[in-house]
Write a protein that binds this ligand. Structure first.
Ligand code: KG4
Ligand code: ZN
Length: 358
């Protein structure tokens, strides 16, 4: 069964053709990073305009590279939300029009669920229950996944997403956009033990995450230590590299530490770490260490599948299509779409008596 995946929730226009939910025949991504770079972040109006221009050629390229035509496609899977409204609408309207005009069934997919499915391509089959840490520029959540397609949020960020924190720290130092890969590269030459940033304390004791305090601590450190922003053509100083390494270490510790504690309580059979930040090698190595300690395998997507792509949307769409889900033409983009179809997150934690402070 061939699924055409379409993704346009933020600043990547992407299309992919995936066979039977696991075999990628093509995956094409048009990134808008260069266009948004001068503004230091995604400009929503520019993003949707660009999606509009790119979506048709990108879908055609995906079909060509897969050496199939639209008549070979059995279903279309499109990101329905969450994301930027203008961006999402381009993908959703395009997919619906294509589906209607060619008589192909379609399904709307939650973008975050797409990230969960991104690990199924290059890893052994996922064993359930699983615990999935989804870390990107827009989202940071840990999901308890008792079986494929069932999700319970067991940890969420109270403020910024982890990727957003990387982007903001990079912006503070005028290092460039997006910040994640830049900070990671600098951190490799820095001393992570130089600044010990505090870990967030969540006062109600929930295993949630918070990155705004860390961001403020970095900003204060920059001010108090007179670390100067980078000027054009200037190489980053050792102080900047040490700061990048220390910030990254604190962020990774918070993410992996929280996942580890939840894994001890919930005893999953698989750990999943996905989303744009998942290609950070410091995060991967800390997650691998935790995985060895816990004796639970951890799966990451490859780099191409970590950041936004349409193969993961096709994979999630295939799963729902197989379960009988079909989109209706009245379906529209859902900016704040949530990924939780099991009861309140408290229940699973109360049952396991999770009582700790971060
Ligand atoms: O999943 P994604 O492509 O888009 C969203 O759904 O948000 O994630 C993009 C985010 C950005 O914040 C970017 O800085 C971060 O992922 N990122 C990284 C790395 N590569 C991308 N963060 C840390 N280390 C990286 N190597
Ligand atoms: Zn994403």
């Amino acid at each position: 069964m061939l699924v055409l995946g379409i993704e346009s929730s933020c600043d990547e226009t992407a299309a992919a053709v995936v066979r039977d939910g696991r075999e990628i025949l093509s995956s094409v991504i048009a990134s808008q990073i260069d266009m948004h770079r001068p503004w230091g972040g995604v400009v929503p109006e520019l993003a949707s305009r660009e999606h509009l221009e790119k979506i048709d050629p990108i879908v055609n390229e995906a079909l060509e590279r897969a050496e199939v035509g639209l008549s070979d496609i059995d279903a279309i899977a499109v990101t329905q939300g969450p994301g930027l409204i203008g961006s999402l609408l381009v993908g959703v309207c395009y997919a619906k029009a294509l589906a209607f005009s060619r008589g192909i069934p379609f399904v709307g997919v939650n973008h975050i669920e797409g990230h969960v499915f991104s690990v199924i391509f290059e890893n052994p089959p996922i064993e359930y229950p699983a615990l999935a840490l989804i870390v990107s520029g827009g989202h940071t959540n840990i999901f308890h996944v008792p079986e494929a397609g069932s999700y319970k949020v067991v940890s969420r960020t109270r403020d910024d997403a982890a990727g957003e924190a990387f982007d903001k720290v990079s912006k503070m130092l005028e290092l460039g956009y997006p910040g994640g890969p830049i900070i990671e590269k600098l951190a490799r030459e820095g001393d992570a033990s130089l600044v010990r940033f505090p870990q967030a304390k969540i006062s109600d004791g929930r295993p949630d995450l918070s990155f705004s305090g860390l961001k403020t601590a970095v900003s204060r450190y920059i001010r108090e230590n007179n670390i100067e922003q980078l000027r054009d053509g200037e190489q980053p100083s050792q102080a900047i590299k040490d700061l990048a390494a220390s910030f990254q270490a604190a962020a990774v510790k918070a993410l992996v530490g929280t996942m580890e504690k939840l894994a001890v309580e919930l005893q999953p059979k698989t750990l999943i770490v996905a989303g744009g930040v998942a290609c950070n090698l410091a995060l991967q190595s800390a997650a691998e260490k935790a995985s060895n300690k816990l004796g639970i395998p951890v799966y990451f997507p490859s780099k191409h599948l970590s950041t936004d792509n349409a193969a993961m949307i096709a994979a999630a769409g295939y799963f729902h299509f197989q379960k009988g889900s079909r989109g209706e033409l009245a379906m529209t983009a859902d900016v704040t779409m949530r990924l939780q179809n099991l009861d309140n997150e408290d229940d699973v934690l109360k049952k396991r008596k999770v009582r700790y402070r971060l």
